[in-house]
Ligand binder design. Structure first.
Ligand SMILES: [Zn+2]
Length: 216
């Protein structure tokens, strides 16, 4: 199927951005420099109070046998809405065996000032800073709306047997991508994670490429 590229941008390392994705369009994330995580959330473009809920989506996908905390098929909005906002229609890491037994992603929080304090790197830029910048593009402050639970695309983290969080370098390689089909008009809110203190970005922050596509 032919694809028309509506928008094609590179978001620099350590920065945030919003992109409009209309219903029926595909939002593609491309790891064009290799092992890099993107922290993603989505807002209903007509109602910013309706936003993606990662952990709620993990449970709903788990109950349907189509995903869980490490891979999603359907992205739901928070209660009381609970609508399918988008569907993952292609996932070169999460599909098949590439994502290992977990799936190659992580539905969890993003890095923040307090988190970096505990990593011994106070004052370091975080996904919170990226999201604050991104939300300004649509006239919001970070505290106005959104759930801090995020689709951590390509973040290879998991809950260990002691209940603590474990992380390893992402399984994604240069050129890998993941496609989200918008089920409503959306604002994609992007944080290209700046963390260089943990394996999450393989200890080096990189840029990422994003496209909005339509079937031709
Ligand atoms: Zn981060």
């Amino acid at each position: 199927m032919a694809e028309n590229i509506i928008e094609d941008i590179v978001v620099p390392r350590c920065s945030g951005k919003t992109m409009k994705v209309n219903k029926g369009q595909v939002f593609r994330v491309i790891a064009h420099e290799g092992k890099q995580v993107v922290d993603l959330t989505f807002l209903n473009a007509s109602n910013y109070k309706e936003h993606f809920a990662a952990e709620h989506s993990a449970v709903l996908n788990s109950m349907q046998g189509i995903g869980g905390y490490y891979r999603l098929n359907k992205l739901y909005s928070k209660p009381p809405y609970e609508n399918v906002m988008a569907k993952v229609i292609s996932d070169s890491v999460g599909d098949g065996d590439r994502g290992g037994e977990r799936g190659g992603h992580f539905m969890m929080c993003h890095c923040s000032k307090r988190l970096l304090d505990h990593l011994g790197m106070p004052g370091t830029r975080t996904c919170s800073d990226n999201f604050a910048d991104a939300f300004k593009e649509i006239g919001l402050n970070q505290e106005d709306t959104y759930d801090e639970t995020i689709f951590n695309v390509w973040m290879q983290s998991w809950i260990g047997e002691d209940g603590g969080m474990c992380s390893a370098p992402p399984l994604v390689e240069e050129g890998d991508s993941i496609d989200f089909l918008a089920e409503m008009d959306l604002i994609a809110v992007i944080s290209v994670c700046p963390d260089e203190t943990s394996p999450c970005n393989d200890f080096k922050a990189k840029a990422l490429r994003f496209q909005v596509l339509e079937e031709g």
